[in-house]
Design a protein around this ligand. Structure first.
Ligand code: PEP
Length: 249
């Protein structure tokens, strides 16, 4: 049995007040079965979140990291710094990073390695654009993005990984992949992983991301190969995010 993981990606949103609200709300949350829950706030809120989330089920995540441990990289943050602030998970390869900041598969791989080196758990984000889906290339694109990272890791490193399948056309658009479309891609990712590491394939957590909300979470999470969600917009509304966590637990 894979333990579900619900991750909230706040992107460049949120406030110190919202951190406090999440801390208070999740201090008393009841889940019928165990779920891992993580919030990825913007960097400046990490320290406040560490205090506010203490004693709650909320773990701390970051949205990106620089592959270097330190140096002349104005505006960047290293994995070591994140680890020092109690961060447990870090996103790598989110489509906004790939598209707006031109992060290539290789740069995503470098970030994953940097995260693993300091003991952070990477959440590798993959997904096809609408043009790629319409051209019938969805699976090729996604398995290329997965393979560029997973095929090059040691077995022990692979066990630290989570993969989030996020069709780019579903992110922030209100247009969700159908449970069947999402399940089909998850099965392809797990099948690919099984082709060279079958022990891991069974244990690997696969998240769906793309306009998941309190209304559609239960149906998506009920799919055989969907082990959780990566949630953007709905993770900024504490009651909605709590309801999604309850759908998983
Ligand atoms: C995301 O940014 O990872 C995401 C899934 O966003 P949204 O839930 O808003 O589509």
């Amino acid at each position: 049995m894979r333990k579900p993981l619900i991750a909230g990606n706040w992107k460049m949103n949120g406030s110190a007040e919202l951190i406090e609200t999440f801390g208070r709300t999740f201090a008393g949350i009841e889940l019928s079965s165990p779920v891992d829950v993580v919030i990825h706030p913007p960097f400046p809120y990490l320290d406040a979140a560490r205090s506010a989330f203490a004693g709650t089920p909320l773990a701390l995540g970051a949205q990106t990291l620089n592959p270097l441990p330190s140096g002349a990289r104005t505006g960047e943050v290293s994995g070591e710094m994140l680890a020092e602030f109690g961060v447990e998970y870090v996103l790598a390869g989110h489509s906004e990073r790939r598209q707006l900041y031109h992060e290539s598969d290789e740069q995503v791989y470098e970030r994953v390695i940097a995260a693993l080196t300091v003991g952070l758990k990477p959440i590798l984000c993959v997904g096809e654009t609408l043009e790629e889906r319409d051209a019938g290339q969805s699976e090729d694109v996604v398995l290329r993005q997965v393979g560029h990272v997973m095929a090059r890791l040691e077995p022990g490193q692979r066990r630290m990984m989570t993969i989030a399948y996020e069709p780019v056309w579903a992110i922030g658009t209100g247009r969700t992949a159908t449970p069947e479309q999402a399940q089909q891609m998850m099965a392809a990712i797990r099948g690919y992983q099984a082709s060279f590491d079958s022990a891991l394939a069974d244990a690997l957590r696969l998240l769906y991301g793309g306009s998941m909300n309190a209304s559609n979470a239960r149906e998506l999470l009920a799919q055989e190969d969907i082990d959780g969600g990566l949630i953007g917009g709905a993770s900024l509304k504490v009651d909605d995010f709590k309801a999604i966590c309850q759908s998983a637990g």
